[in-house]
Structures are given as structure tokens and as C-alpha cells.
Design a protein around this ligand. Structure first.
Ligand code: GGG
Length: 357
């Protein structure tokens, strides 16, 4: 039997609740499959840890995580700690140090969920690839003359040829594997005459290597509008770190709730572990109430299984999720229902059992 060693970092707020439900779904999936098992080690890192220790994770946290085959992550951030401290103390160092340069975020309207556009689920089914280690999130900059009238803050976006080329190449390859062979790149080269003109040049160069991929590029503002006016025209979207972050929250809204989209932070070389997480954050307003939607975390767990090679089981988990949304009887309040996190987790497990037995 294959055993996968998974580092669990539930983090903050509803991340703890949704990851707990997702782990139970993954455990059931492995039991029903019989050919693989998941061995977890949980790490209590996050904002509570920071309040006790003054750091979001121990100094050797990354060394510890490097030993695992994958990291299953909940959410980071809580009002008790400034957001830039919590994010730069935990999630961003993991993405950067483990060179998880692909952030894969499916935007798929699940059956049974009307979504704000009131379009059918076949109209909204595309994938966003967000560059995940550099660009606007490089962490380069500084502040001088703090608190004075001469204060200056500089935040520099860094785009390297290696970094841009590898994420664009991944996007072209993904577009080739999907039936439509279509790729859209988010740019803003009219205003960002260095970084985004460079991004567009690399996109054009690579497009010559992929003549069967139909490429388009849009300024990110126009692309945001296209997410709303013509989501059916999108198949694979590639964007820089910040653009991708913003666009995929819009994607989450198209899916009916930020409680639905998952996210895979992938190191395609597999030299370091990849990290899987719901797109949603810690949601302090509903944390501890037991009403957070566990679908995003469960779907992220399925993406982790797919990455580990359990492709069929991953597909069955997504099938179970979609049967539950299509049936519509057990949904959390973000989707207009009254069910708890636990009840949604339980009905997905029951449905998975029906599919696999
Ligand atoms: N599970 C997602 C999460 O915790 N997100 C917190 C956040 O602020 N992330 C910033 C980002 O992904 O750019």
C-alpha cells in the first residue's frame, strides 16, 4: 500500500474547521480505495502561535515541511495580527522557498448553484494559473523616514525571464491538454511599460512554439469585465501574482461563493512539496460558528490527491461534491442553505461512499 505523508497546517479561523472536514473526506476516500493511505502530522502554526511565540511558525518550519509529500493548508490571517505579518510569516515564505511557482485555481460553476450571473454551469468552466513566487509579491522594497512628512514607501514588482517563461510555458502546456486549446494572458502593458511589456514579449515568443494554441491577451481590467460579460469565452487564463489573485477572487464570486474554489500551489519539478488550500481566507466573522462552507477545502484535498497520483479518487470526490450541490438540500448559509460545516462534510462523505461502493 502506498502511504503519503501530509503536513497539515490548518492555520487560522475557518481554515481549522474546513480542513478538519476535508481530512475526514480524504480518509474515507483512502479507506474505500484500499490502495493508499494518508499519514498526517498537524502543525499549530498561525496567528495564535504568533501571539504565544512572536513568530508565525518556528525558525525551522520550512525544513520541517520539506520532509512531507504535500502540505494541506487552511487559511492565514486574523485581526489579532497585522495581515502583512501573518501572510509574510507563513504562507508566502512556503510558496517562495518551495518554489511553488504555479498557483492553479479552477473556476467552475458547480451544478445546482445559480451563481450571480444566472448562467448554466456549462458557461463557467475555466482554469486560472497565477504566477506564485515573484511579480508584485516578490517582497522587494522598503520604507524610509517613517512617520515624517518625507516618508517614502517602495514596493518593487520583480519579473525574471526564468520566472515569467516557466509560468507561461505551464499555461501553454495546460491549454494544449484541454480540448479547446485556448489561452488568455492578463496584461497591463499600456501602463506598466517595463514589466508587462516584458511579460507580453515572452508570451509572444512562446506562442510561436505552440502554434495550435489560440492565444489572446487582454488588459487585466478588460479581462475582469470579460469574467462577467463572457465567462464562456475563457478556457485557460494566465496572470501575474497580484492580477491572478484579484481575478480568482472574482472567479470565486462567479462560482457562487468564496467557500467553493480550491487552489493548488505547485512545484512542478517536485523537488519540494506542493501546497493545497481553499481560496477562502480565515473569515473571522463566521469563525467558530460551524457554518463555514467546507467545499473549497474538500476540493483542494481532491487536487492534492490528484497531484499525488490518485487521479480517479480525486475525480470521484469532485463528483460527490457536485452531486451534493446539484441536489441542493444540504448547503451552508453562503449558498443560501442552513446546513453546518459538519453536515455538508457528512453528506459529501455519504455520497462518496455511494459512488465508490
Ligand atoms: N487559504 C487562503 C488564504 O489563507 N489566503 C490568505 C491570503 O490573504 N492570501 C493572499 C494570497 O493568496 O495572495
Amino acid at each position: 500500500m502506498t502511504q503519503y505523508r501530509i503536513a497539515l497546517v490548518p492555520g487560522d479561523g475557518i481554515g481549522i474547521e474546513t480542513i478538519n472536514e476535508a481530512v475526514q473526506v480524504l480518509n474515507l476516500a483512502s479507506q474505500l480505495h484500499g490502495g493508499f493511505s494518508l499519514k498526517y502530522q498537524s502543525f499549530p502554526w498561525g496567528c495564535d502561535y504568533y501571539l504565544k511565540h512572536g513568530i508565525m511558525m518556528p525558525a525551522d518550519g520550512l525544513t520541517i515541511l520539506a520532509d512531507y509529500e504535500a502540505i494541506f493548508f487552511g487559511a492565514v490571517g486574523y485581526p489579532t495580527v497585522p495581515d502583512h505579518i501573518s501572510l509574510w510569516g507563513l504562507l508566502l515564505p512556503i510558496r517562495q522557498q518551495f518554489d511553488q511557482y504555479i498557483n492553479l485555481r479552477p473556476v467552475k460553476l458547480l451544478k445546482g448553484i445559480p451563481g450571480p450571473l444566472r448562467k448554466g454551469s456549462e458557461a463557467i468552466d475555466f482554469v486560472c494559473i497565477r504566477e506564485n513566487t515573484e511579480g508584485e509579491y516578490s517582497g522587494v522594497g522598503g520604507r524610509v523616514h517613517r512617520g515624517t512628512g518625507e516618508e517614502v514607501a517602495v514596493q518593487t514588482a520583480v519579473f525574471t525571464r526564468a520566472g515569467v517563461e516557466r509560468v507561461l510555458r505551464y499555461a501553454f502546456e495546460l491549454a494544449l491538454r484541454r480540448p479547446r486549446h485556448e489561452l488568455v494572458s492578463a496584461t497591463k502593458s499600456n501602463a506598466l511599460q517595463y514589466s508587462m511589456v516584458f511579460w507580453d514579449e515572452v508570451f509572444l515568443q512562446l506562442s510561436r512554439e505552440y502554434p495550435t494554441v489560440n492565444c489572446r491577451q487582454y488588459h487585466v481590467d478588460a479581462l475582469a469585465a470579460k469574467f462577467i460579460t463572457a465567462p464562456e469565452s475563457l478556457d485557460v487564463v494566465v496572470a501575474s501574482n497580484l492580477f491572478g489573485d484579484i481575478l480568482t477572487d472574482l472567479g470565486g464570486a462567479l462560482q457562487g461563493s468564496l467557500g467553493i474554489p480550491p487552489s493548488a500551489n505547485i512545484n512542478p519539478t517536485r523537488r519540494y512539496p506542493s501546497l493545497f488550500e481553499p481560496v477562502h481566507g480565515s473569515a473571522p466573522d463566521i469563525a467558530g460558528k460551524g457554518i463555514a462552507n467546507p467545499i473549497a477545502a474538500i476540493w483542494a484535498g481532491a487536487m492534492m490527491l490528484e497531484h499525488l497520483g490518485q487521479v480517479e479518487t480525486a475525480a470521484n470526490i469532485l463528483k460527490a461534491i457536485e452531486l451534493v450541490t446539484e441536489q441542493g438540500a444540504t448547503l451552508t448559509p453562503d449558498l443560501g442553505g442552513t446546513a453546518t460545516t459538519r453536515q455538508v462534510g457528512e453528506v459529501i462523505r455519504l455520497t462518496l461512499q455511494h459512488i465508490l461502493e
